[in-house]
Write a protein that binds this ligand. Structure first.
Ligand code: GLP
Length: 254
């Protein structure tokens, strides 16, 4: 696992965009996250698309998760969110699980099958919940779980209520499981702000445990964690991560 600490969320976004750009130029299958953390990276990719001919034409993309009971055109659906954040602006087709399917179990299985048929995900972008979730895998999620319905924690409901005006945040979601996510060839987690510091320290330096679902990243052979100073605040080995990055040879890549 490589941990990179940047001065600001914007710098974190630029670094994530650099990592993703190589995959986009190779026509890779992308795993995308919604939420606010990836926004600076998406903004930068949109800019590069417009100004530097970064072409997404050969890429396919899959979302991590979706709210149950929310249609694809609902303003807060993740399928709609990714369209205005990135997909429609760069000409990228993004698939996501359908949280309105009559049979959610069958939908979850079909979604996994779609990812498999696409040859799996080359690079998966991840945000981090304040309770340590990735996708919507809340604490207690099996580290080998597959795409399925989960119930959100009260903490996540409170965190995400900021997006829902007076409407209630749906309590249920369809999310790729931790086992599903772990099959992506490269995981890139981005976390910024002091609110993520505790979850980040648990994910990166705590024990591997279902109590902190993001700690499953420690079992993956290729992980890049990009964080700003505030999110890095509780990392015990921050000094080493900085040292390693300062001395990173050009040829090493991410
Ligand atoms: C949400 C999403 C996650 C996201 C996380 C953090 O609930 N399901 O995919 O990464 O919580 O969100 P944010 O980046 O807005 O802090």
């Amino acid at each position: 696992m490589e941990v990179v600490i940047t001065a600001t969320p914007r710098e974190a976004g630029l670094l994530v965009a650099d990592v993703l750009e190589d995959y986009v130029r190779a026509g890779a299958t992308l795993g995308l996250a919604t939420g606010s953390s990836p926004e600076p990276a998406y903004e930068e990719l949109v800019r590069r698309h417009g100004e530097e001919r970064l072409d997404f034409g050969a890429c396919r993309a899959f979302l991590l998760d979706e709210y149950v009971g929310i249609t694809a055109d609902h303003p807060q659906s993740y399928r709609r969110t990714i369209r205005w954040m990135l997909a429609d602006r760069v000409g990228l087709a993004v698939a996501g699980p359908d949280g309105t399917a009559a049979d959610l179990r069958a939908e979850a299985t079909a979604y996994e099958e779609k990812i498999r048929e696409a040859g799996g995900i080359d690079v998966q972008l991840l945000g981090l919940g304040t309770d340590g979730h990735v996708g919507f895998n809340e604490p207690g999620s099996s580290l080998s779980s597959r795409t399925r319905v989960k119930t959100l924690t009260e903490q996540t409901l409170a965190d995400n209520s900021r997006f829902f005006d007076s409407e209630t945040v749906p309590h249920h979601v369809l999310t790729q499981g931790l086992g599903t996510i772990s099959e992506a060839r490269h995981l890139v987690l981005v976390a910024t702000g002091a609110g993520k510091a505790r979850a980040l320290a648990a994910a990166v330096e705590g024990p591997v445990s279902a109590s902190c679902p993001a700690s499953v990243l420690q079992l993956h052979p290729h992980v890049t964690v990009v964080v700003d100073e505030s999110a890095a605040m509780r990392l015990e080995h921050a000094g080493y991560y900085r040292f390693a990055h300062e001395h990173k040879p050009e040829w090493q890549g991410y």
